[in-house]
Design a protein around this ligand. Structure first.
Ligand SMILES: [Cu+2]
Length: 337
């Protein structure tokens, strides 16, 4: 029995919520709600168009050592020692909660998913002191320009860093832009999907204009290990910003660092309601390429969005892949004076 696919999972959510409060443990695949076969389209349809189509994952509190609202503005600039900017990163196995009642056995960098948002300035020398305290081999592979031995892949340089081992990755901060880092141990999709990824921001030397800066890593979780995702989110927790909308100021420049770390789905997207944004692909130019309200990113793609909200109120944002939105990837901005 393979358990529920994510597609019949979304149809079942309302029944599940009614039948068992802790329902969203369901994607683990064990218990199917009785009396609702996969062909029960009419009933599913009725429920899905009711007022609480995703009530099964909206309600309740999620407990983690990290908070999606704090992750938005939490930038880790490490420390500078003898002219080198340096971070200490530890990989560890850790159970996290990706929706109320949905636990996930993650692999993490510094205990959180996404890992810390590492931030440096163009041209600096960087050192990432990596220790593997997990029970599996891992690496840290950075997007950027560097030598092969610092590329964090299995067969070159230090290769896989085994449990209990450490390695210092050293490279320069180039080019400026929004990059990412992730484990590159095989099987690759699994090592990334388990949670070993984070954003890597290199600021241009002259900086960018002042803004309220928000980090958003689009991700998902394959909670029943069938290589499709059952939960989608920004910064890990489904519907986190629906429960706690992102507070921003009317008229203020907002800059979103948007990264697609999703595995098992080729594309992800970001759509803002009632507004438009300037888009800077990969953040490697200071000139935007597009004024739009929707952007698509493939696996590993990222870009910078800049916008201002002219009106106060609650403004939705979500994946325009509707299925992802219904499984957790949606939220609100709360625009205030
Ligand atoms: Cu790994």
């Amino acid at each position: 029995m393979a358990g529920l696919s994510r597609r019949n999972f979304v149809c079942r959510l309302p029944f599940v919520a009614a039948a068992v409060p802790a329902a969203v443990n369901l994607p683990v695949g064990a218990s199917k709600p009785a009396g609702h076969g996969g062909g029960d389209g009419a009933a599913a349809n009725t429920a899905a168009h009711g007022s609480q189509a995703h009530a099964g994952i909206v309600g309740g509190k999620v407990k983690n050592d990290f908070d999606p609202t704090e992750i938005l503005r939490d930038y880790d600039t490490g420390r500078v020692i003898n002219g080198v900017r340096e971070w200490e990163i530890v990989a560890e196995d850790k159970e996290i909660e990706v929706a109320p009642g949905v636990k996930y056995a993650a692999w993490t960098y510094n205990g959180r998913v996404p890992g810390p948002t590492l931030r440096a300035t163009e041209g600096e020398k960087l050192r990432v002191r990596f220790t593997n305290a997990s029970s599996h081999p891992h690496t840290m592979h950075f997007h950027g320009i560097h030598t092969d031995v610092n590329d964090g892949i299995p067969n070159i340089g230090p290769g896989n860093i085994e449990p209990g081992e450490s390695y210092d990755y050293e490279f320069g901060a180039e080019p400026f832009g929004l990059h990412l880092y992730h484990c590159h141990t095989r099987p690759l999709a699994d090592h990334i999907a388990k949670g070993l990824y984070g954003a890597f921001i290199i600021d241009p030397k002259k900086g960018r204009p002042k803004a309220d800066e928000l980090l958003m890593v689009m991700n998902g979780f394959d909670t029943n290990f069938d290589r499709t995702n059952e939960i989608y989110a920004v910064n890990t927790v489904a519907f986190a910003y629906e429960r706690e909308p992102i507070r921003v100021k009317r008229g203020e420049q907002v800059r979103i660092y948007l990264v697609n770390a999703l595995e098992f789905d080729l594309l992800n997207s970001f759509h803002i309601h009632a507004n438009f944004f300037d888009y800077y692909p990969t953040g490697t130019s200071l000139e935007p390429t597009e004024l739009t309200d929707t952007v698509i990113q493939g696996q590993g793609q990222r870009g910078i969005l800049e916008l201002r909200f002219p009106f106060t109120g609650k403004y939705m944002f979500h994946a325009h892949v509707s299925e992802f939105a219904e499984l957790g990837w949606m939220g609100f901005f709360d625009v205030v004076d």
